[in-house]
Design a protein around this ligand. Structure first.
Ligand SMILES: Nc1ncnc2c1ncn2[C@@H]1O[C@H](COP(=O)(O)OP(=O)(O)O)[C@@H](O)[C@H]1O
Ligand SMILES: [Mg+2]
Length: 344
């Protein structure tokens, strides 16, 4: 069974009612070389207490998608040109900048890849937390602000929080800075947390710790988490569902175990195969040949076709619709039902 790709919401099997619904989102970057279609018709939902992973190679538009959800796309090049982002019954794209500032951090928060980008080197952690708190509670006195800051640090298990408040970013490890950023993002118990490559700056042990911390916050608060990564290992550890992004669009989406066991898009297969292997005898491809297409000049057919080992004439001529594999699992490949890559 198939249906038209840009129209249908990919699936809404979020275990609970969806808290965030994204419909046909389009974010373009206007540069002097042309229009980069970084996000080009993306739809998905995420439910409370659920973790959705978005995975894809560098340059596929993941960060632009994340930034669009909180309306922080780069100025002046980036413009959200279409779609809807529905949270708590309204379209965030319709809000004024002032209204959006009240929503950001309170209903939907974002953790950036590099904590340096979120922390100002010249202010203490205490000052920065206080500033973040005053965005939402302008009239809070110093004592109450201090208490709130301590609570925020305790929620992410920062030891000796009183002392930490006096620290400056350069006095802390990468892992500790990432925790502080997490504390700021979660201070108001948002319903949605967007974490863009939350762990790439950290070593593997600290990464695992940080991911456990986010999951722990989720158990306590029911926050819906969107984890953005290029690493299927991170997806396996943290996510319930995963969407695979290629050249500005989703190409496959479904429950994590099902996608690992039975990828129905050759790009997903290739991404899974390019993970570091424990078994050195594996004969599968270790990396994906070729480059992703330029997002300025996109092919008419399937965007992966030029790099795809299994592409047929139709793939080049016509953009594939979504194929429903199971209720929860969809793939946008003409050969999704035939799965020629399964027998390798
Ligand atoms: N500030 C910017 N100005 C112009 N183009 C940008 C900017 N940031 C990213 N891009 C382009 O947008 C596309 C998507 O980038 P991005 O969302 O960062 O991908 P990912 O996060 O998946 O690596 C890329 O082609 C990138 O070159
Ligand atoms: Mg990115």
């Amino acid at each position: 069974m198939s249906f038209d790709q840009p129209v249908g919401t990919v699936n809404d099997v979020a275990r609970s009612a969806p808290v965030l619904e994204v419909e046909d989102l389009r974010t373009y970057l206007y540069t002097r070389w042309g229009t980069t279609k970084a996000v080009d018709g993306v739809s998905f939902t995420v439910g409370s207490g659920e973790t959705l992973g978005i995975v894809g190679e560098s340059g596929s538009g993941k960060s632009m998608l994340a930034l669009s959800l909180v309306r922080l796309t780069p100025e002046p090049a980036g413009k959200i040109v279409g779609g809807r982002v529905i949270l708590n019954g309204r379209n965030l794209l319709d809000l004024t900048d002032k209204q959006m500032r009240a929503v950001r951090g309170k209903e939907i928060s974002m953790i950036l890849q590099d904590p340096q980008q979120s922390l100002n080197p010249v202010f203490s952690i205490g000052d920065q937390l206080a500033e973040a708190i005053r965005v939402h509670e302008r009239d809070l006195d110093d004592r109450a602000t201090h208490e709130r800051s301590i609570d925020a640090l305790k929620s992410v298990h920062v030891p000796a929080p009183e002392r930490r408040l006096k620290n400056f970013p350069h006095q802390m490890s990468g892992g500790m800075k990432q925790r502080i950023v997490g504390a700021m993002a979660m201070a108001y118990h948002p319903q949605v947390l967007v974490a863009d490559e939350p762990t790439t700056a950290l070593d593997v042990t600290i990464q695992a710790q940080y991911l456990r911390l986010l999951k722990d916050l989720q158990r306590r608060t029911g926050v819906a988490i969107i984890v953005i990564t290029h690493d299927f290992g991170v997806i396996a550890e943290t996510c319930d569902r995963v969407a695979v992004m290629y050249a500005g669009r989703f190409v496959e989406e479904g429950p994590v175990e099902e996608i690992f066991d039975q990828p129905r898009h050759p790009y997903t297969r290739a991404l899974l195969d390019s993970r570091p292997k424990v078994d050195v005898r594996s004969t599968r491809l270790q990396s994906i040949e070729g480059q992703p297409p330029s997002l300025i000049d996109l092919p008419t057919g399937c965007r992966f076709a030029p790099r795809c080992f299994y592409s047929i004439d139709r793939c080049v001529a016509e953009y594939p619709p979504w194929f429903e594999i199971t209720h929860a699992h969809t793939a946008g490949c003409w050969r999704s039902e035939e799965v020629p890559w399964a027998s390798r």
